[in-house]
Design a protein around this ligand. Structure first.
Ligand code: MRU
Length: 351
């Protein structure tokens, strides 16, 4: 068992022509790194939540295509593009809701299509995927700083799921804002929901905040209302898997309930996400909510907690409508309601 403690967790990395990632299914009991040289294994890793979180799967998809380029025997451009299109399809079909995966794959493919010959395209792709990983960290740090002004000394901040270092390359989106707030000298506490069914809150968020010495309390998902009604929560911050131009936010199942309850109790509800999480073209009817296997709900840690042959509904994400959201924090600034105009302005400021 590798129990090495890293001062700053690096979720996914390109090393010696291979992709190295933390196996998040083993956390918090073991900190194990896995190494892949085949893009099909990266696709399996995304599907099975070895790596998860929207920005992390965006970069992993790009690294998957970089492996596909190295695996390809093609010597001319057209054959290489065919191989890459095939790999892109396999990587894309792993998880449908987080837009970052499509964004990462498309960014690599656009570059590949511009290349002149196979060997040049192969090295350009590997290089671009490495740049994307570094950019992710820089973007999270900018986002963290932009969001830190919204939080006050002695705030207790609730978060849901894991939008931390483990959901990105490093530092995190929602947890990046929490880190930056702490780094700015403010005293803060965190309340993390356990996030059933696969426990990204208790297994991952609590693990990484404890690892960084940030005061965190774990609650069952069912204690969100209790915590808010009893004045334990000053503000809420979550990440996102997809944000529409209208401010509709898709995030881990349960986010909608947290937002609804925050509204009821007059608690500000913030979302932190990079611009690569925005889908400026779709409307809510276009977004596919991933449905995951029933065993995630009928058991806990390999132990059955429901009778055999029971019907299960297990959506991985839900949609929080814009009216429950106080602000959306990005690397380009903070969008405030009304979101259709403020989100457009953020994109214009990037041009
Ligand atoms: O199913 P997961 O673990 O990939 O879901 C992750 C989330 O919902 C995160 O909150 C989201 O991706 C934002 S990560 C910075």
């Amino acid at each position: 068992m590798d129990t090495q403690v890293h001062s700053s967790l690096r979720t996914v990395e390109w090393k010696d022509n291979s992709v190295v990632m933390i196996d998040q299914t083993k956390l918090p009991n073991e900190l194990v790194y896995v190494k892949y040289t085949d893009y099909n294994d990266v696709a399996d890793a995304i599907r099975n939540l070895v790596v998860r979180g929207a920005p992390a799967i965006g970069v992993s998809g790009a690294f998957g295509l970089a492996l596909a380029a190295l695996q390809s025997k093609a010597t001319d451009k057209d054959d290489l593009i065919k191989d890459l299109e095939h790999a892109k399809k396999i990587l894309f079909e792993t998880r449908p809701t987080a837009i970052n995966l499509a964004w990462g794959l498309e960014r690599i493919m656009n570059l590949a299509r511009l290349g002149t010959n196979a060997s040049e395209i192969k090295s350009t792709i590997v290089n671009e995927a490495k740049i994307m990983a570094e950019e992710d960290i820089a973007i999270n740090k900018r986002m963290g700083k932009n969001g830190s002004y919204l939080f006050d000394d002695n705030d207790t901040i609730m978060t849901h799921c894991n939008a931390g270092a483990l959901a990105t390359v490093a530092y995190g989106t929602a947890l990046g804002v929490i880190r930056a707030t702490k780094e700015s000298g403010k005293k803060i506490k965190v309340i993390a929901t356990e996030t059933r069914p696969v426990m990204q809150g208790s297994r991952l968020t609590v693990f990484e905040l404890k690892h960084d010495g940030i005061d965190v309390s774990l609650i069952p998902d069912t204690a969100v209302g209790y915590s808010m009604a009893n004045g334990l929560v000053s503000k809420v911050i979550v990440g996102a898997d997809r944000i529409l131009s209208t401010g509709h936010v898709y995030n881990k199942i349960g986010t909608y309930q947290v937002a609804l309850m925050a509204k009821q109790h007059g608690i500000p509800f913030y979302v932190a996400a990079p611009l690569s999480t925005f889908d400026m073209k779709s409307t809510p009817k276009d977004v596919v909510i991933e449905q995951r296997k029933s065993s995630e709900v009928t058991g806990v840690a390999g132990k059955k907690t429901a009778p055999d042959d029971i019907n299960v509904i297990n959506p991985a994400f839900d949609m929080t409508p814009p009216e429950f959201i106080s602000g959306i924090i990005t690397e380009a600034g903070v969008a405030e309601p009304p979101f259709d105009t403020s989100i457009k302005k953020l994109f214009e400021s990037k041009l």
